[in-house]
Design a protein around this ligand. Structure first.
Ligand SMILES: [Zn+2]
Length: 207
């Protein structure tokens, strides 16, 4: 395992709140217990920006959900958890995306998507200690994370960062009112150098 990487209390807290929203309090306890994370039960980190937690812990919470349901069953849960992390993150820290004074509705949809993805990448880089950036191609945007908690999870054959996929999906739904089929196309846990998410420019359905 590489050296661990600090992460804020609030980031881990948002993930735990999201797990609890999707799985309920008892389900969350069962998952944390089975995943060897007993010390988190009834002992969530505070919602502050102290860099007192670690990427490994964030990764192991996701891994605990995956192990509990099995890789196939866990996918839908992790996507829902990811969607909740975006909502909770924004609720706890409404200024995190730096959108004050920007009239989002006045911006054409694809430009708005790109703006939100770029704001998420700079918030991740500055606040979450997760260097991230956005690349645009003709038919899609690519959201690229240079570091990811999955580096501290067991190796996977397929991309496993469904929490991030869900968070990006929710961000796009929040931005446009539509569902975009976000896909992780490269993953550090499969040996790639970054986790890369493809966001098509065309939605798959109205929400
Ligand atoms: Zn990944």
């Amino acid at each position: 395992m590489p050296d661990d990487r600090p992460m804020s209390n609030a980031t881990v807290r948002v993930l735990l709140d999201a797990v609890e929203e999707v799985m309920g309090a008892n389900g969350t306890k069962a998952v944390l217990n089975a995943g060897g994370l007993k010390d988190l039960i009834d002992n969530y980190p505070p919602k502050d920006l102290d860099m007192a937690r670690h990427f490994s812990e964030y990764g192991l919470i996701q891994q605990a959900v995956e192990d509990f349901y099995g890789p196939r069953g866990a996918r839908a849960m992790l996507l829902r958890i990811g969607r909740a992390t975006f909502r909770f993150g924004l609720k706890d820290q409404p200024a995190i995306l730096g959108l004050a004074g920007i009239a989002l509705k006045a911006i054409p949809e694809q430009k708005r998507m790109k703006l939100i993805l770029e704001k998420m990448a700079s918030a991740a880089t500055d606040r979450i200690n997760q260097p991230s950036h956005v690349r645009e191609e003709d038919d899609a945007f690519y959201y690229i994370q240079d570091e990811c908690p999955c580096r501290w999870r067991p190796k996977h054959d397929k991309p496993c960062c469904y929490v991030s996929v869900g968070a990006i999906m929710e961000a796009m739904a929040w931005t446009t009112g539509k569902i975009y089929k976000v896909e992780e196309v490269a993953c550090i846990s499969n040996g790639a150098s970054n986790c890369v998410y493809r966001i098509p420019k065309e939605p798959s359905e109205e929400e």
